[in-house]
Design a protein around this ligand. Structure first.
Ligand SMILES: Cc1cc2nc3c(=O)[nH]c(=O)nc-3n(C[C@H](O)[C@H](O)[C@H](O)COP(=O)(O)O)c2cc1C
Length: 320
């Protein structure tokens, strides 16, 4: 049983490589010890300028944990998870095995096609039923999602403008972004030019200007039909950031299943000033972790290519 569990945990860590992460930093490492899989953060891959507290690093690690659990379930494993609020961030045990059910396998397939979509959204709005499904998905996964009203979207647009301007003015932030974003990215991490718009689309809330030109045909039109949402929760602490990442994974999986595209916007949570403004927009009912743009996917188009990933040997260690 242990040998079988070990194999399943290695497979789960492989699945977790597909998870989204800020600037595709993939700031995680997995250690497999028998029937136990440990998730560790890798501070060397943390964005020191844009994410000094590690909030976005742990949100990314939470998304990886979510993906690992979906991978295990798709193989028919029941998992037990501990989140010790420190290092390791999480310990997963594969405790029982039975034939996988088709729903669990479909969930894994959704993660395999999920991606960040920076193209213009279609003119159709995200249906209210789908928006509600995403709110429910976030709550079930231990965080909350607030879909912004029109007046709040306009406030968000101003916050994003402030945040992006502050980034542009800061030489160290610009250098950090340049070290992760643009070009071909042969080393398996970072955001390649192929997924960045050749020209920034017309939007109410600006897409992040990474300061490099991409090659993605982002489409024409204006994103007036986009919805914007804030992923938030009860405390601004590392264990909540990890949970928020798990919720991000679940919301994104649900969105993919409903043909809804997701684009995270993290610049307004990176700066204290705009993060506080976002918090006030939530009427002080919680702490914001990430902003998401949601749109209806273009059914005639496969979407941008997948971003690269680090080789498994670099992030998965099997301890005999
Ligand atoms: C916490 C977090 C913050 C992110 N912030 C941004 C952002 O501000 N702008 C952006 O274009 N993409 C953002 N992304 C998307 C990542 O760049 C993307 O997940 C990564 O490049 C991997 O690509 P994929 O999602 O297509 O697999 C963010 C992702 C995460 C998980």
């Amino acid at each position: 049983m242990t040998e079988q569990a070990t194999q399943a945990l290695v497979g789960a860590a492989q699945t977790a490589r597909l998870a989204p992460s800020v600037h595709n930093t993939q700031p995680w490492r997995w250690v497999v010890r028998g029937d136990r899989l440990e998730l560790h953060a890798v501070p060397a891959r943390q964005l020191q300028e844009q994410d000094p507290s590690g909030r976005l690093m742990l949100v990314s690690c939470g998304a990886a944990l979510h993906h690992a659990l979906v991978g295990l379930a798709a193989e028919g494993w029941t998992a037990e998870v501990e989140r010790p609020a420190g290092e390791p961030l999480a310990v997963v045990r594969a405790v029982a095995h039975e034939p996988a059910d088709p729903h669990a396998m479909q969930r894994l397939q959704l993660l395999q096609v999920r991606h960040t979509d920076r193209r213009v959204v279609s003119p159709e709005p995200v249906p209210p039923g789908v928006r509600q499904a995403l709110v429910d998905a976030a709550r079930q996964a231990g965080a909350r999602l607030h879909v912004l009203r029109r007046d709040e979207v306009l406030q968000l647009a101003v916050m994003v403008e402030h945040a992006d301007e502050a980034h542009r003015r800061d030489e160290r932030m610009r250098a950090e972004t340049a070290s992760w974003v643009g070009g071909d990215r042969p080393e398996g991490s970072g955001v390649p030019a192929a997924v960045l718009p050749a020209e920034l689309p017309l939007t109410t809330v600006a897409e992040r200007d990474f300061g490099v030109t991409g090659t993605l045909a982002a489409g024409e039109g204006h994103d007036t039909a986009a919805s914007y949402a804030v992923l938030y929760g009860d405390a601004d602490e590392p264990d909540h950031w990890l949970r928020a990442g798990e919720a991000l994974g679940e919301v994104w999986l649900c969105a993919t299943g409903h043909g809804t595209t997701v684009l995270p916007l993290s610049s307004p949570v990176e700066l204290d000033f705009t993060r506080q403004a976002l918090r006030r927009m939530l009427s002080d009912t919680g702490y914001p972790y990430l902003v998401l743009r949601l749109g209806v996917a273009d059914p005639d188009h496969a979407g941008p290519p997948h971003t690269p990933r680090l080789p498994a040997e670099q992030i998965i260690e099997v301890v005999e």
